[in-house]
Design a protein around this ligand. Structure first.
Ligand SMILES: [Zn+2]
Length: 659
């Protein structure tokens, strides 16, 4: 996207104020060196429309929903019991939930902090402070903090690194600490995190215990904590964890060492494999370490793994993971739609990884995958009302789901409609922290200007390194409407570049850019760069065609060979049985000789239904026949399941049965 030399800045010290009141807080990721520099919550703000509504739903409903559930089922109270137990260590108390539920409280704290950085809401601050205090009170004198290990009646510390999620949970605490530090939300939590990091350094640092956690997460957390607190030891500890992996330090498990990426060193691996969330968190942490330590070999390994994973192990929705049993990537092209695991957390972790690669390299393809994944996997998780979530994101629901009990915990993958909470509830809190900081994925800056990666309605107010202030407003009805207007709100003192991503789904289509003087240009390639001395009121318009188009799969993806799906701009569409006159989606065929008709929110296609197959034995010498169903509406995949029980499919078998 840009050919400028990598930009270097010191993340821990806010850049010198340019206009008296301007102060930068870093965002979720703040590399010490990068091609693109991230913006933070003070430099970019969603204004209205699609994304602002999602973020408002998160602030108003999702955060509270997570908080209330964890209060109600005692996960938060684990910290109270642990704190009380510090005064009376010999008396057992009952731990609520599985062993890594601490991490859900931490992800909630992270989400609250990003929200506080933007809203400064006093009520939210009070709830946040109270929760921080309860967590802080549970910390042991030596800095260790976990509610499931280490007490006389519990398993000893570090005794189950394969499955215990001890460092994993602590990693999420450290990410909450990063958010607290960068939004100035809680010095108390930063103190807790610093004490914990010191403890981990003593335990696992140079000369310490040679070990890694079965679930990566501590790596990406420590690397960012090191950046946030300007403490190289935390980056070094992240490096040690990354480099130790793949040497068989973890014990044998039924799924094999690949499950937790201990089968080979990160720098030697060619593709992401094993448990998808673990693989993606590890890759994100490895890239952070590579960037901070200038380890090009390690960075190249992560790039190579991303390429191979995108090429053959990613669903059209951006979802990752096609094995239910071990929540893992399948083999290349093993992407069955009805067995898609596509965990919401894997979509989030993939976005975290792509964002780090985008900052490092500036390649628009990373932003492309972020767009696809956010709009078609991450946003599929929360129900329209923000009170229930998908854990897995199937691409073909064969049986009508049942409405989950709104008052009960659900098994993670068995719920057929979105469920309010899960026994393993990693996804809702992950959605919460992601939506609370989602605008950070939208734009970056360089010494030469700003780059817009994601579209919607938002304001950017930033200052370039030479002190040049930039103020612009982006307005778009994205993702349904592909017109993106960029209005400059102030005169710019010199020539700067406005870089607009042209999504890969618009490849081959006519993409127009209208310049302030009215000149219309056709866009070529993956970005459009407009360079000039912008004045207040200047408008640049990008016109992306969001007409519905057929999408064909690589024939090597056998599970969907002979099928097509429809994409409308960035949105992958799906057929839901509530839109059929009757019956399920399972025997539906699509007529690809009639192009899809773009509608206000999706597209209409001509469908038929196969018939004539024997009901007693599903194989035979005579092919089925088909009868027409007429024109049927497809809806954005992410919105499916909001109208009650339904069958659903993304891939539609092409009708070759008509005589
Ligand atoms: Zn999850």
């Amino acid at each position: 996207m840009t050919t400028t030399a990598p930009h270097t800045h010191t993340p821990s010290s806010p850049d010198a104020p340019q206009e008296g009141t301007h102060r930068r807080f870093a965002g979720t990721v703040s590399p010490s060196s990068s091609t693109l520099t991230p913006l933070d919550g003070t430099e970019i703000r969603l204004t209205d429309g699609f994304w602002a509504e999602k973020q408002a739903l998160n602030a108003d409903v999702v955060l509270r929903h997570c908080e209330d559930w964890m209060e109600r089922i005692g996960w938060t109270a684990n910290f109270d019991r642990a704190a009380a137990g510090r005064r009376d260590p010999g008396t057992p108390w009952e731990h609520a939930g599985i062993e890594f539920v601490d991490s859900e409280v931490y992800k909630l704290l992270e989400g609250m902090a990003w929200e506080l950085g933007r809203s400064h809401d006093e009520g939210l601050q009070a709830r946040y402070d109270a929760l921080v205090e309860r967590v802080a009170a549970a910390q042991d004198d030596d800095g260790y903090l976990h509610t499931s290990f280490g007490r006389p009646w519990q398993r000893p510390r570090w005794s189950d690194l394969e499955w215990g999620h001890e460092l994993y949970s602590m990693g999420h605490l450290l990410q909450a600490v990063v958010a607290a530090e960068r939004t100035a939300s809680s010095t108390r939590l930063v103190d807790v995190g610093t004490r914990l990091a010191e403890h981990l350094w003593a335990e696992f640092g140079p000369g310490g215990r040679l070990a890694v956690c079965g679930h990566p997460e501590i790596e990406v957390a420590l690397a960012e904590l090191g950046r946030a607190l300007d403490e190289p030891r935390w980056v070094e500890l992240a490096r040690l964890f990354v480099d130790r992996r793949g040497h068989g330090l973890l014990g044998q498990i039924e799924y094999g060492a690949e499950y937790f990426q201990d089968d080979r060193p990160v720098r030697d691996a060619d593709v992401l494999r094993g448990h998808a969330v673990r693989a993606l968190y590890l890759a994100a942490g490895a890239l952070d370490v590579a960037v901070e330590t200038r380890d090009d070999e390690l960075a190249d390994a992560v790039r190579r793994q991303w390429e191979a994973t995108i090429a053959a192990r990613t669903y059209v929705t951006g979802g990752m993971g096609s094995h239910h049993q071990d929540e893992a990537f399948g083999a290349d092209h093993e992407l069955p739609p009805d067995r898609a695991y596509s965990e919401t957390c894997a979509g989030i972790a993939s976005t975290m990884l792509s964002w780090r690669l985008l900052l490092a390299d500036g390649d628009a393809r990373y932003a492309d995958l972020i767009e696809r994944t956010l709009l078609n996997t991450v946003l599929a998780s929360p129900r329209d009302d923000g009170r229930a979530f998908f854990y897995t994101n199937t691409l073909h629901q064969r049986t009508e789901g049942t409405e989950p009990d709104e008052d009960e915990l659900n098994a993670r993958a068995l719920a057929s409609l979105r469920a309010p909470w899960f026994e393993v509830s990693c996804c809702p809190t992950n959605v919460a922290r992601t939506l609370a900081s989602v605008e950070q994925y939208f734009a970056t800056r360089t010494a030469d200007g700003v780059q817009l990666h994601q579209y919607g309605s938002y304001d950017v107010d930033t200052v370039l390194d030479d002190g040049t202030p930039l103020a612009l407003s982006v307005a778009s009805g994205y993702p349904l409407d592909g017109r993106v207007g960029v209005t400059w709100r102030g005169d710019v003192g010199r020539e700067v570049e406005l870089t607009l991503r042209v999504p890969s789904w618009a490849d081959g289509a006519a993409v127009a850019v209208v310049l302030p003087d009215g000149e219309v240009r056709q866009a070529q390639g993956s970005t459009v760069v407009v360079r000039r001395r912008f004045s207040a009121g200047d408008v640049v318009v990008l016109e992306l065609p969001t007409t519905a188009e057929w999408v064909h799969p690589d024939p090597r993806i056998d599970a969907v060979r002979g099928q097509v799906t429809v994409q409308r701009g960035p949105l992958v569409l799906a057929l839901e049985s509530v839109d059929l006159p009757s019956g399920s989606v399972n025997d539906v065929l699509v007529d690809t000789t009639v192009d899809p008709i773009t509608t206000a929110t999706g597209a209409r296609v001509q469908l038929s239904r196969s018939s004539g197959a024997s009901s007693s034995w599903p194989y035979g010498r005579v092919a089925s026949t088909a009868h027409a169903l007429g024109s049927v509406e497809l809806v954005p995949y992410a919105s499916w399941g909001n109208r009650g029980p339904s069958t659903m499919r993304v891939w539609l078998p092409v009708d070759d049965l008509r005589a």
